[in-house]
Design a protein around this ligand. Structure first.
Ligand SMILES: [Zn+2]
Length: 329
């Protein structure tokens, strides 16, 4: 058995074959009294080789990755494996069961709870178990997100760029193998509390991603996520496969379109579209005064639209779109 604070797992991570079990969080509150909250984990192992940890569901309402990992269990022939794949298809399982971004157990956003802790609540405890017990086994970590209930994302790799040239080069290469149409790059921030920064701080190469959004499941985004995951597994050497790196367009956030006031937003753009500074971006209609002229918005910078606000009714300060410009990582 391996454990970390109130979290333990009895699954044998060294066993050959395909095995599923649970990481259990020992938890007590008004709803659960005394309970073991399960977090599903699957291990595929054949012989000696690299270990790849693949995660989805850090945010409970993001689905393409959750399904891609479940599909993989059934579609990847064990005979083609050399090494070990550890799958966490519902990393933040309490949030997944609740269909919410954050955990209903403590309201915490898991992607701000890393590197985790044994004594700072259930979300940090699950995060800490994975960091201390599973990331320590891994040669590469791949994480899947999508836009969640409030956002829509252009299918993208999401690459936190560390200073370390080896880790940086691995991430850039991984993004080319994931092969999403774009890869958004940002400087790593180890104080941010995200999985990216925590894994990279341990010296383990890491790539995140965003496929789809709106708490829906897009067949196109799911197809890209699954094909990209297979290529990543091939690239790491854990799956024999037969594929090539499609490459990607590396970009970095250049600016955001913000709603200056609340209203009904009529976008003048699509996800993945290249826009120019000064170009018409949309109209913000007043909800209560139909005779008031709509506010015409324009883009402040040029770039590709990498994400957008999902809902039509937007609050003041909503990020209506993020524009990103091409870079050489
Ligand atoms: Zn997410």
């Amino acid at each position: 058995m391996i454990s970390f604070g109130p979290v333990h797992c009895t699954l044998d991570f060294e066993a050959e074959g395909v095995h599923a079990g649970n990481i259990y969080l020992d938890h007590s509150d008004d709803r659960h009294a005394a309970s073991l909250v399960p977090v599903p984990v699957v291990v595929l192992r054949r012989g000696e080789g690299p270990t790849v940890l693949v995660t989805a569901g850090i945010h409970g309402d993001e689905y393409e990755g959750q399904i891609a990992l479940r599909r993989l269990v059934h579609e990847l022939p064990l005979a083609e494996l050399t090494g070990r794949i550890i799958l966490l298809p519902a990393f933040n399982a309490p949030a997944v069961r609740n269909a919410t971004r954050c955990s209903p157990l403590d309201g915490a956003n898991m992607n701000r709870a890393f590197p985790g802790a044994a004594d700072r609540g259930p979300t940090a405890a699950i995060a800490g178990f994975v960091m201390e017990r599973l990331v320590t086994m891994a040669d590469f970590v791949m994480d899947f997100h999508s836009g969640g209930s409030t956002g829509l994302y252009a299918d993208q790799g999401f690459l936190s760029l560390p200073e370390d040239p080896r880790l940086r080069a691995k991430g850039v290469e991984a993004a080319a193998w994931l092969g999403a149409p774009v890869t958004v790059t940002i400087p790593v921030d180890s104080a941010y509390g995200d999985f990216d920064g925590a894994v990279l701080a341990r010296g383990v190469p890491f790539l995140s991603s965003e496929f789809g959004g709106g708490a829906m499941i897009s067949p196109v985004s799911l197809g890209r996520a699954l094909a990209g995951l297979r290529r990543i597994l091939h690239w790491t050497g854990v799956w024999r496969g037969d594929c090539e790196a499609p490459g990607t367009r590396y970009v970095a956030p250049a600016g955001r379109l913000i709603a200056p006031r609340a209203g009904l937003f009529e976008p003048g753009f699509d996800l993945g579209q290249d826009v120019l500074a000064g170009q018409f971006a949309g109209r913000l209609h007043d909800l209560d005064e139909p005779l008031r002229a709509p506010l015409e918005l324009t883009f402040g910078v040029s770039g590709i639209i990498v994400n957008r606000y999902r809902a039509g009714l937007v609050p003041a300060g909503a990020i209506l779109a993020t524009m990103a410009g091409t870079v050489e990582p």
